[in-house]
Design a binder for this molecule. Structure first.
Ligand code: 13P
Length: 258
């Protein structure tokens, strides 16, 4: 089982980083992480997520009821539960209001990840989730329709949600979504992004598949202590380097043959 103390500290650290980067303001945002099959840790409602202490984090059961702690869980906890219910591979959910991506959400325009190599590979498509009153049953209901096929969601006129196999992966996805939204705006100002050709997009999709970045049915808890700070990052970097070197090798061969 993951170390509860470490996960509590990680939730606070994610809050601090997101507030520093302006991905949440005032009391915006909420995050949660699986502790076990039966329990989650979640941020408390109505506090600035940049200044939380580990003892403020609430332990809840899979019905959303607090089992430990002196604070109340996030008003959006039903949205988190709807995701965990449908995605055993998700160990962490991060919700924020990143300003550029939320601008897309307010305009009800999807963030186009297929115009950028990294975004297409590491983020995949971003779901545009129909508007619903924050905190209501409508949010989990609307999100549930997209949850099996996406790791990123724009909530219309509200904000963004990212999921991941640990808290860091989920928060990096939210960060990268904001970055992609900024780049998309810049490209539009310069006359519009050029599309990546279909065959090239398929290659990136293949890399995505090989790196295990597609939504899956596998439990993120099955591998043991995998909800916290990720060890596998180095493996991922090594595998990416290998794939790039392989691709370069192929190109050299083609050039040599020509
Ligand atoms: P909570 O503080 O209740 O989690 O709400 C913040 C928020 O962003 C609601 O969408």
């Amino acid at each position: 089982m993951p170390d509860e103390g470490r996960l509590r500290r990680d939730l606070c650290e994610i809050g601090r980083r997101m507030w520093m980067q302006g991905l949440v303001a005032a009391t915006d945002g909420n995050f949660s992480v699986r502790l076990s099959e039966q329990h989650l840790l979640a941020t408390p409602t109505g506090v600035n997520k940049g200044f939380m202490s580990p003892d403020e984090i609430v332990k809840i059961d899979m019905g959303g009821s607090p089992v430990e702690g002196f604070t109340r869980p996030s008003s959006e906890i039903k949205m988190h539960l709807a995701i965990y219910e449908r995605r055993p591979d998700v160990c962490a959910v991060v919700h924020g209001h990143p300003p550029t991506a939320t601008g897309f959400a307010a305009a009800r325009v999807p963030v186009p990840t297929e115009i950028l190599t990294e975004a297409h590979t590491f983020l995949g498509p971003v779901a545009l989730v129909e508007y619903a009153t924050p905190g209501s049953e409508g949010v989990p209901q609307a999100l549930a329709r997209h949850v099996k096929d996406h790791n990123l969601f724009l909530l219309e006129n509200h904000g963004a949600v990212a999921v991941g196999s640990d808290l860091f992966q989920a928060s990096y996805r939210l960060e990268a979504l904001e970055q992609s939204a900024k780049i998309a705006i810049t490209a539009r100002l310069l006359g519009g992004a050029h599309a990546i050709e279909q065959g090239e997009l398929a290659k990136l999709q293949q890399i995505r598949r090989e790196l295990g970045l597609l939504p899956s049915e596998e439990s993120c808890l099955a591998a043991g202590d995998s909800c916290g700070r990720p060890e596998p990052d180095e493996t991922l970097v090594a595998r990416i380097t290998e794939l790039v070197m392989e691709a370069l090798g192929e190109e050299r061969k083609v050039m040599g043959a020509g």
